[in-house]
Design a protein around this ligand. Structure first.
Ligand code: SF4
Length: 352
């Protein structure tokens, strides 16, 4: 879809959009398909071109370009023109049956096999009444029923896995990485620790969202009238300028609540290394501990895995240690050892 194919005009502040000269859509903003094209890119543009052609009977595809799945026929409204809201029709056509998870998976995997790029898990019903609805969307997304899920997964792999393996190289086989005990806890060389991370889970748990990229407390400003401003936005997430992982932002927040900029600036941390053993400590601020509890509660209330936020937050420590090697070598050592210690503790817990 190109700008030319869309006839746009302004009428009382509203913009009219049409791709066939017949159906016209009104919006105060940009046309939704142009907006999505600018975010998702080429694959979405191709998909919409085919969709338009198929809608105008100019193209017949082997498999539908778009599927609509009704997981159930339940709705909390009773609109009079709908079979759910109309008593006679309701009796005749509506049932309490729900699609099983197994059937849903079968449909999605068939769609994947035929390269179906788009699905809508809704029909005549209210889809959000499915308690674990997110699970259904994720299954479709990781099985490529989306115009850009592969790209998003590649960006996640780069942001989490590739970067970590690159950045730990400088510490490998160095004295600091040969330390076997940190605060009395046994730790393996960093490469062994990193090899135990379940990268596939990190990629499949990621949630595409508009992202900030460095959401630590110092970058959140609250004005006197309680307006929240976010500053210092990261320019991209991997190759994407608009979409990142929701967990990435939350994990940045977590990592900034545990060790924040003031602790670093005021050097309120310590590292002592003796006989292949290290002791590290740092100041924890009461208000930040309190904010961390709020973050955990926020995650619980929004079906977000707090433990996963924690894992990625710890990963940030391992990742940033390299940056401070020349300018703040003591802090670099501290943050590297802290990352190793917390990651070892986290992975040990998983193994139990
Ligand atoms: S499914 Fe849609 S149209 Fe039908 S009752 Fe619910 S909200 Fe109304």
């Amino acid at each position: 879809m190109t700008e030319k194919e869309y006839h746009t005009e302004t009428d009382d502040g509203m913009k009219k959009f049409t791709s066939d000269g017949k159906v016209k859509m009104l919006s105060t903003e940009a046309d939704v398909n142009q907006k999505l094209s600018s975010i998702i890119g080429e694959k979405f543009i191709e998909y919409r071109k085919k969709f338009e052609a198929a809608s105008n009977f100019q193209l017949e595809t082997e498999f539908p370009l778009y599927i609509q799945i009704e997981l159930h026929q339940i709705c909390n409204l009773k609109c009079p023109m709908c079979s759910i809201g109309h008593p006679d029709e309701n009796q005749k056509y509506v049932s309490d049956d729900k699609m099983s998870w197994e059937t849903y998976k079968k449909v999605i995997l068939e769609c994947e096999k035929y390269g179906c790029p788009s699905m809508n898990p809704q029909g005549i019903n209210e889809p959000l009444l499915t308690p674990d609805f997110e699970k259904y969307i994720k299954f479709a997304s990781i099985n490529n029923i989306s115009n850009n899920s592969k790209k998003f997964q590649n960006d996640c792999e780069y942001m989490y896995k590739t970067k970590t393996y690159e950045r730990i190289k400088i510490f490998q086989n160095q004295d600091i990485d040969n330390i076997s005990y940190i605060n009395g806890i046994f730790v393996e060389p960093i490469i062994n620790i990193i090899n135990k991370i379940d990268w596939n889970k990190i990629i499949s748990t990621a949630i595409p969202a508009n992202f900030h990229g460095d959401l630590q407390p110092e970058n959140i400003i609250v004005s006197k009238d309680n307006t929240v401003f976010l500053i210092d936005w990261r320019e991209s997430f991997g190759t994407d300028l608009n979409i990142g992982d929701l967990y990435y932002d939350l994990s940045k927040l977590y990592h900034g609540l545990l060790i924040n900029g003031t602790i670093v600036k005021e050097k309120k941390f310590s590292v002592n290394i003796e006989n292949n053993q290290a002791k590290i400590s740092y100041l924890s601020k009461d208000n930040l501990i309190e904010f961390n509890k709020k973050l955990e509660l926020f995650c619980q209330n929004h079906q977000i895995e707090y433990n996963h936020v924690k894992l990625l937050g710890i990963l940030h420590y391992v990742n940033i240690a390299e940056f401070y090697m020349k300018t703040e070598p003591e802090y670099s050592k501290f943050i590297f050892l802290l990352g190793k210690l917390l990651m070892s503790e986290y992975l040990n817990k998983l193994e139990k």
